[in-house]
Design a protein around this ligand. Structure first.
Ligand code: ADP
Ligand code: MG
Length: 694
């Protein structure tokens, strides 16, 4: 059987286990090999029975000279055995495992590993791991470094070990897929050795070497897959070349209409984008910038250029609130310059379609009954994924801007790209991904970074508020509000996505705050499951100052822009990553007033406190992201939405040396892929798998 065989086609046993194994990310036979041990039990010391020492971890090997199943007075079952080697006999006991007397028989030669007990003067083994020694002498559960795997209900390490061993013994597909010279040059373990040693290592040192090789492979393949996608994208996509210089006057007018000067970082990003738009290749660029760094105007310039060049454009946002907000902002910026901006959200879509169909039916009823229709009633469409609707057929789509890109799936991105004729694509994210991580995950994109905040921004004063100061925290907020400020309160975050439990918690927290903490103030509640109209209404009340405090769930709308809100209180801050806290903190400090962030925590754990304290003095998203990476691993960078989803199973984004090595090697090997069929096949496999964090 092949490593690529899905478990569901791999016989009855695996088929029965398939759903359980899926929880461990094992869906085909080969995945067992990449389900790496989380640790090893060191059972490598094999000792003669006469030499065993109570308290020590060891392995004994001998013949079973007695084995029985007995009942205690409380009707519990006990299995007892005697094991004899050349030096003596040892008593072994198990509890409530009657199957043992069926698997192990008198006369079997067995290997037993465990900690030696001493009952008075007689040492014994209690509930040791065991196996009958096969004729080959090759043991997997005892007598060596024994792999311990991440488990799940009904799937034990022992069971996993057996599968791995079986596959390693029978697979013909463990060939080296890198050129041997490269493997030697890089001082890496050969592939087959690495995959064997990572499961059944001779020493911990060798298991580390094995992991290094496999981690290297993982990164290398990721880089190669990105390079492949990028080159395919470039070959396929003959871009719509935009004229830029011709429109210098219009661009100047745009700048003059702004109440501020662009930052140098914005200038640089705009320059990079313009260069892309003017080239023959299709743009595929990621604009990464901390919250408040001013990505919107950068996008607006690109959108404006599309219109000037006679193209339609689309700006896609992950939520209705954000789409609405962008619509308002962009309209204000660009409508005076003659750009027709329209909105398409779930709730707007039907109206649009009906209206537009009616419009068409006057002209041609048959065509109208057969959606899609062509729409040239707008230059720029802003919306949620509703912009992807089949009912909207772009007349001449030249540019797509995707905001908060990690919330969109690969499919949605490729749908939008397929609309129109190879539109340029600009994706924007406020998720402060360290550069190395961004380059690894999004290697198929070009990267522009806004690493500079607009001038005059004040740092958001941040305080960690311990449990005992909760009341004074509330009191301080009430005082500030009396002076005319507004506040967000972000509710404790309970589950990764907006579930009923989260919403219930938010609702009851809202009631508690309104009733017992801020009875004299007007509070509003905002959560993701509210209807778009309700959300808009609440936000509008908050924006216009009718609401003093907006109580919200944490998944609520990363980009909300309410300049008068100057305080954000985050409950149970310890449950968030620093990057997430930074994102939430970015909800305030958007106007020119001094803003504040209060982090509430019930935790007294010094490590937690120290981690959260770093929010008080670090105000740079990228720096916090790096810190997160060091302290909690990359899984936390992207917040809760991707909970449990890992991009790297073996290597880590923190391993800069290996990242660099893999990157260099990818550059060397990419041009040779045509000559390296095994490697090309691996790259193909992971290219078709999702690798970006969507
Ligand atoms: P984000 O990158 O988080 O999307 P926005 O584009 O929403 O940030 O910008 C945040 C705020 O900063 C907006 O009110 C915007 O008008 C303002 N802004 C953008 N660029 C500058 C600048 N160069 N100088 C001053 N204010 C700016
Ligand atoms: Mg934004």
């Amino acid at each position: 059987m092949k490593l690529a065989t899905p478990l569901t086609d791999a016989g009855k046993l695996y088929n029965n286990y398939a759903s359980r194994l899926e929880k461990l990310d094992i869906t085909k036979l080969g995945d067992f090999l990449y389900h790496l041990p989380s640790r090893y039990d060191d059972y490598s010391r094999i000792v003669a029975i006469k030499d065993i020492v109570p308290g020590e971890l060891c392995t004994v090997q001998g013949r079973i000279t007695e084995i029985t199943n007995t009942y205690t007075r409380s009707r519990k079952q006990i299995q007892k055995a005697a094991i004899t080697d050349d030096s003596g006999t040892l008593q072994v006991i198990w509890f409530n495992q009657p199957y043992i007397t069926k698997t192990l028989k008198f006369g079997d030669v067995v290997s037993l590993s465990g900690r030696v007990q001493s009952d008075g003067f007689i040492p014994s083994l209690s509930a040791p791991d065991f196996e009958v020694i096969p004729t080959s002498g090759h043991t997997i559960h005892t007598g060596r470094l024994v792999p311990v795997y991440p488990e799940t209900a009904g799937v034990s390490s022992k069971w996993l070990r057996r599968q791995v061993d079986k596959i390693l013994a029978t697979s013909y597909e463990l060939n080296e897929f890198l050129p041997v010279e490269e493997v030697e040059k890089l001082h890496l373990e050969p592939f087959e050795k690495a995959i064997r040693e990572v499961h059944f290592p001779e020493s911990l040192e060798l298991s580390e070497k094995a992991k290094e090789r496999l981690g290297f492979d993982e990164l290398l393949l990721l880089y190669l897959a990105n390079k492949k996608r990028k080159s395919e994208w470039q070959q396929k996509a003959r871009g719509q070349q935009f004229a830029i210089e011709k429109f210098q006057k219009e661009i100047d007018t745009f700048w003059e209409s702004l109440p501020f000067e662009p930052t140098n970082a914005q200038r640089k990003a705009i320059h990079e984008i313009m260069t892309d738009l003017a080239s023959v290749h299709v743009m595929n660029r990621l604009l990464e910038g901390d919250v408040g760094s001013g990505k919107t105007v950068v996008a607006a310039i690109a959108l404006f250029l599309a219109k000037l060049n006679g193209f339609q454009s689309v700006l896609m946002a992950p939520t209705e609130i954000l789409a609405n907000q962008h619509y308002q902002t962009i309209k204000k910026l660009l409508e005076p310059l003659g750009v027709r901006v329209d909105l398409a959200t779930g709730s707007r879509k039907t109206e649009r379609v009906i209206a537009s169909k009616a419009k068409q039916s006057n002209k041609n009823e048959i065509a109208a009954s057969q959606a899609p229709y062509n729409d040239n009633s707008f230059d720029m469409l802003i919306g949620t994924h509703a912009v992807l609707s089949d009912n909207i057929n772009y007349e001449k789509l030249g540019l797509v801007v995707i905001d908060e890109q990690h919330r969109f799936g690969v499919e949605q991105r490729s749908i939008i790209r397929s609309k129109g004729n190879n539109p340029h694509v600009l994706t924007m994210t406020a998720t402060p991904i360290p550069r190395t991580v961004a380059l690894t995950l999004y290697g198929d994109l070009d990267l522009s970074i806004l690493d500079e905040m607009p001038k005059g921004r004040r740092e958001i004063k941040t305080w960690l508020v311990p449990q005992q100061k909760r009341e004074s925290g509330y009191k301080w907020i009430a005082e500030q509000i009396a002076k005319g400020d507004q506040a967000f309160i972000v509710c404790p975050f309970i589950e990764e996505s907006e579930t009923l439990t989260t919403i219930k918690a938010a609702s009851s927290e809202f009631e508690r705050l309104q009733r017992s903490v801020f009875p004299k103030l007007k509070l509003g509640l905002l959560h993701g499951k509210m209807r778009a109209k309700e959300k808009d209404a609440v936000l509008e009340e908050f924006r216009t100052g009718k609401i003093d405090i907006l109580v919200a769930t944490p998944v609520v709308e990363v980009g909300i822009d309410i300049p008068n809100a100057t305080i954000i209180l985050i409950e149970a801050a310890d449950r968030f990553g620093l990057s997430q806290l930074h994102q939430l903190r970015g909800r305030v400090g958007r106007g020119d007033k001094q803003s504040y962030c209060l982090l509430f925590t019930e935790s007294n754990n010094p490590q937690t406190t120290q981690r959260l304290k770093s929010m008080e003095h670090i105000h740079n998203g990228a720096e916090l992201a790096e810190l997160d990476l060091k302290m909690r691993g990359a899984g936390e960078l992207y917040g809760t939405a991707q909970h449990g989803r890992k991009w790297l199973k073996i290597a880590s984004f923190g391993d800069t040396k290996l990242l660099e090595l893999a990157k260099q090697e990818a550059a060397i090997l990419f041009p040779q892929l045509g000559r390296l069929p095994f490697l090309a096949q691996k790259v193909e496999e992971i290219s078709t798998k999702k690798v970006s964090p969507d």
